[in-house]
Design a protein around this ligand. Structure first.
Ligand SMILES: Nc1ncnc2c1ncn2[C@@H]1O[C@H](COP(=O)(O)OP(=O)(O)OP(=O)(O)O)[C@@H](O)[C@H]1O
Ligand SMILES: [Mg+2]
Length: 256
């Protein structure tokens, strides 16, 4: 989940898609690449995080020691802490810094069907490193004024790095978040995305007052405390995502 704009639902989407994937029987790793550690906190409290990505990359802690099981069967998390802010600076000066996140995960990648990255609201080296480690990119776009401002530039920024062979990831799709369908802004976003040149998920995520409460209670898809509509939407999004990934993989196999 990546978008340089803040508060658009990246972490909520990363956490819930990862949980929904696991609940569908796909072994999933959620990698938190944001020093804010919002995705991590849904599963592990801040004071329980001992190691993070920086421990693997800068301190050579084995990746297996860093990854933690969660209460959701089949879902593991590679937690974040504020130390990632220092890792960001270190990646700038490190040779091939942008490939370090991908390399840190090399030994465990095959243990999972899906690896979901949550990134921060910026174009930092951490974000670029997460994109470079990814095969697909999902961009949440929130139903707010200026939501699509800068979106084309962000996609172009991704394309430039692809041209420079820094990253290979394909844009899997834009997903509308925090949509109130009966408002003008909500409808405008859905119309905007439907007519955009970029792939867009059919599923949109409704704005729900209860989303904040669910986050406070650390509830995700499938949990009792999760808002029902939000859970259903993230389940649908995950189904669509799985289908798209499979279609792209089949197309890539035929192209070879
Ligand atoms: N569908 C929704 N309806 C209402 N509130 C939501 C919804 N999704 C997320 N939120 C709330 O909006 C806030 C921002 O969401 P979230 O943290 O997922 O965004 P983000 O893009 O990861 O933010 P950041 O850029 O800071 O990393 C949170 O308080 C979250 O609980
Ligand atoms: Mg976030």
């Amino acid at each position: 989940m990546a978008m340089f704009k803040g508060g658009v639902g990246k972490s909520t989407s990363a956490v819930n898609v990862a949980a929904a994937l696991a609940r569908r029987g796909h072994r999933t790793l959620l990698v938190d690449c944001d020093p804010q550690a919002n995705a991590t906190e849904m599963f592990i409290s801040e004071d329980e995080v001992e190691f993070d990505l920086r421990s693997i990359i800068a301190e050579r802690v084995p990746v297996e020691k860093v990854i933690r099981e969660t209460r959701v069967a089949g879902l593991d998390v590679l937690p974040a802490s504020f130390d990632l802010a220092y890792l960001d600076k270190e990646l700038v000066v490190s040779p091939a810094g942008v490939t370090r996140i991908g390399r840190a995960l090399r030994d465990v990648r095959d243990d999972y069907s899906y690896v979901v990255f949550d990134t921060g609201p910026n174009l930092s080296h951490l974000t670029l490193g997460a994109l470079a480690a990814s095969e697909h990119i999902v961009i949440p776009v929130s139903a707010t004024v200026w939501a699509t401002t800068g979106l084309r530039k962000f996609v172009r920024w991704i394309d430039q790095h692809r041209d420079d062979e820094v990253l290979a990831a394909q844009l899997l799709g834009l997903v509308a978040t925090m949509v109130q369908p009966r408002t003008r802004i909500g409808q405008a976003l859905l119309d905007d995305l439907a007519s955009s040149p970029f792939p867009t998920f059919r599923t949109w995520i409704p704005r729900r007052i209860a989303a904040e409460d669910a986050a406070m209670d650390h509830a995700v898809v499938g949990d009792l405390g999760m808002d029902r509509s939000l859970g259903l939407a993230y389940n649908d999004l995950t189904g669509e995502l799985v289908t798209r990934v499979q279609e792209l993989q089949t197309a890539a196999r035929h192209a070879r």
